[in-house]
Design a protein around this ligand. Structure first.
Ligand code: FAD
Ligand code: NAI
Length: 465
């Protein structure tokens, strides 16, 4: 009889966990994946990436019809919102994709252990009253919303909500206050603004989108203001009072000063996410967390405990689905005796607003801390396709090492920045210089030509500015 029930047991079926399980099974490991949710796919497929994009996409059409963008191209329509249908197509997208993972599990013979797993020892977990053993256990339990002390989220009540509640709203709020000017606040704030809400974003720092390049953060602020969002930067929330189905949000300058009360029909709390480790029984295996509550791993995604590995939002690094997926593939390969590697220096990030905001590699600020750099910016206004499509906002910025010309980072604000950034990630993965990008033939007319032109700028010779 085999020593263990499984070669590989993954805890959590988000993009990290389900990918690790499928890859492990593909590599011949007897694999199980424990998931406590009713459907597979984790945060991303159920309440994150996918449903938010379903609403972003649909609300973009509504906005184009409502804000005159379509009329300016000779299409006169007065849109009528059918929110039930819009929400229905969001649910359909989630159902289709989560069901797809269930199909892939069956196809690859991954056993889905339904329930929340808890360690008994380093090779044993209990799931729904049953004990299962495995030679290797991967923790891929993801993250959940960071609570704001003193502000109670009640998604069912629909007044003070987190991202999950903000996806489910049954009617467009008249006034929405978003606490946190990060990715979730701007994406979901954009959805409801496009559908008619008056949106105020309260951000503690002096700019939106911490972690992104400084120029991008400034430009993003201008664009969101132009779109009609009210931005209260350098401002903190000191209290939220809910009464008769509405809220009063008390804010004051971050540095201290006079308080102000904002009325809101819906308050979205989006101040970050924290790793899920409660109830896992990590004490049973002697695994400690770092100061940020994350599980530390080595380069191979192994933890300090032999046979226990960790990936995705629960370990350090950006909390992004594609990072979790790549780590899922790498950890399974390492467990199977291959060499699985993730290059954490080249992980693109995208904010799916309109225009989209995307970046990969270092910000200009971070690059300058490491040495001398050359930078070049090309405005989308000078890109023929963006201009033709009436999409003048944004730019592409390339940051290269001043001595070697190696590309260190690229940042884009453009309608299709999320798609454009892929070519840069690939170029950087291959160690490209800005000259390599400048001399790569880009199809015309495409938004991506702006990347080539920005790279040409580093060489001192852009054509169209
Ligand atoms: P998760 O997806 O969080 O999955 C972990 C799973 O583990 C969960 O299903 C949970 O139920 C399960 N679990 C936890 N504990 C246990 C246990 N003890 N036993 C069994 N199961 C357990 N990222 C992007 O890259 N692009 C986007 O567009 C994007 N949009 C987002 C929008 C929103 C609103 C949110 C909230 C997040 C978004 N993200 C996006 C982030 C992305 O969802 C996460 O980075 C990603 O889901 C992390 O994957 P993961 O596998 O580490 O964890
Ligand atoms: P975030 O970290 O992106 O932004 C949180 C914002 O809240 C920051 O700007 C922070 O300064 C601010 N903040 C913190 N405390 C505050 C307070 N008390 N008052 C006012 N502002 C405060 O976190 P967010 O938006 O919750 O997203 C969580 C994670 O989910 C992100 O790290 C991101 O990786 C992931 N995500 C990714 C998406 C994508 O890739 N498109 C979309 C949505 C989420």
């Amino acid at each position: 009889m085999a020593e263990y029930d499984y070669d590989l047991l993954v805890i959590g079926a988000g993009p990290g966990g389900y990918v690790a399980a499928i890859r492990g099974a593909q590599l011949g490991l007897k694999t199980a994946c424990a998931e406590g949710r009713e459907t597979l796919g984790g945060t991303c497929l159920n309440v994150g990436c996918i449903p938010s994009k379903a609403l972003l996409h649909a609300s973009e059409y509504f906005d184009a019809a409502a804000n005159g963008a379509m009329a300016s191209m000779g299409i006169k329509v007065t849109p009528e919102l059918d929110l039930d249908t819009m929400q229905g197509q969001r649910k359909d997208a989630v159902k289709g994709l989560t069901g797809g993972i269930e199909f892939l599990f069956k196809k690859n013979k991954v056993d889905w252990l339904k329930g929340y797993a808890q360690f008994k020892d380093a090779h044993t977990v209990e799931v729904n009253g049953e004990t299962k053993t495995a030679k290797n256990i991967v923790i891929a339990t993801g993250s959940s919303v960071t609570p704001l002390p003193g502000v109670e989220v009640d998604n069912a009540g629909g007044v003070v909500v987190d991202s999950t509640g903000a996806l489910e709203l049954g009617k467009v709020p008249g006034k929405m206050v978003v606490i946190g000017g990060g990715v979730i606040g701007l994406e979901l704030g954009s959805v409801w603004r496009r559908l008619g809400a008056e949106v105020t974003v309260v951000e503690y720092l002096d700019q939106l989108l911490p972690g992104m390049d400084g120029d991008v953060r400034k430009e993003a602020g201008k664009i969101f203001k132009k779109q009609g969002m009210t931005l209260k930067l350098k401002t903190k929330v000191t209290g939220v009072e809910v009464k008769d189905g509405a809220a009063k949000v008390t804010v004051e300058p971050a540095a201290g000063g006079d308080a102000e009360v904002l009325d809101a029909d819906v308050v979205l709390v989006a101040i970050g996410r924290k790793p899920n480790t409660d109830g896992l029984g990590l004490d049973k295996i002697g695994l400690e967390l770092n100061q940020r509550g994350q599980i530390e791993t080595d380069h191979d995604f192994g933890t300090k405990v032999e046979g226990v590995w960790a990936i995705g939002d629960v370990i350090p690094g950006p909390m992004l689905a594609h990072k979790a997926e790549d780590e899922g593939i790498a950890v399974a390969e390492n467990i199977a005796g291959l060499t699985g590697i993730v290059n954490h220096d080249v992980i693109p990030s995208v904010v799916y607003t309109q225009p989209e905001i995307a970046g990969v590699g270092l910000t200009e600020e971070a690059a300058k801390e490491k040495g001398k750099v050359k930078t070049s910016k090309f405005p989308m206004m000078a890109n023929s396709r963006a201009k033709t499509n009436h999409e003048p906002d944004g730019f592409v910025k390339v940051i290269a090492d001043a001595e070697t010309d190696r590309v260190l980072g690229v940042w884009c604000i453009a309608s299709v920045a999320g798609t454009m950034i892929a070519q840069v990630a690939q170029a950087m993965e291959f160690g490209a210089t800005s000259e390599d990008i400048a001399y790569t033939c880009h199809a015309h007319p495409t938004h991506s030509e702006a990347i080539k032109e920005a790279a040409m700028g580093i060489q001192g010779k852009p054509i169209h500015t």
